[in-house]
Design a protein around this ligand. Structure first.
Ligand SMILES: [Zn+2]
Length: 204
């Protein structure tokens, strides 16, 4: 799942039908991001908050790809750099929240956490189902499908965190999963930023 959020489809090459699916998947990601953020604030779960990073990153990736159709290479590289910085800032905010939780240990409300984690997994499943007819199409849509498949693994990790919080009656499984997701996310965000930077230099 290391390549999650590393995909940036070239929307100009996609058919109208594929673009429509991409728009729907973008909206689903945006919705699940808002839902997870609210549930994380309510339940005090850090792993839910870490999980929102991926939804936010994916939604931004698809939104900016859809908006940047026909733009110059330089403009596209700028957009990618902007996206990279935005999700990097969000990741720093999540890291700060995890740091705060380490100093003020507590147990998240696992009912709310579990419900949100299951809803997120269902929404990830919906995206994968929507994208599956295009998995053997062009390289672009195949990579979006792969991203979506990786999101399932992440969704399962958050569900397992909720189950472990309930089973152990402790907050640490939530923090373990939160840190693992954040680390994976930072790795791919770093790579996206690096690629954008190289493209921007090359386009000048
Ligand atoms: Zn993703």
């Amino acid at each position: 799942m290391g390549d999650c959020c590393g995909c940036s489809p070239d929307v100009a090459l996609l058919q109208a039908k594929q673009r429509r699916v991409l728009t729907i998947v973008m909206l689903v990601n945006l919705g699940s991001c808002a839902m997870m953020l609210a549930a994380s604030l309510y339940s005090g779960s850090s792993s839910l908050l870490s999980g929102t990073l991926d939804n936010l990153g994916d939604a931004l990736t698809y939104l900016l790809s859809l908006l940047a159709v026909g733009a110059s290479l330089r403009a596209k590289a700028r957009v990618a750099l902007f996206k990279g910085l935005l999700i990097f800032a969000a990741a720093v905010a999540v890291a700060l929240q995890i740091g705060w939780r380490l100093r003020h240990p507590g147990m998240p409300l696992f009912e709310a956490m579990g419900a949100a984690a299951l809803a997120n997994l269902a929404l990830n499943g919906l995206c994968l189902w929507l994208l599956t007819p295009y998995r053997h199409g062009d390289v672009n849509m195949a990579s979006v499908w792969e991203c979506s498949r990786n999101d399932i693994a992440e969704g399962v990790a958050v569900v397992l965190a909720a189950v472990a919080v309930w089973a152990f009656g402790a907050g640490w499984p939530d923090l373990v999963v939160a840190v693992a997701l954040l680390a994976l996310f930072l790795r791919s965000a770093w790579r996206v930023l690096g690629t954008a930077w190289i493209q921007l230099r090359a386009a000048q």
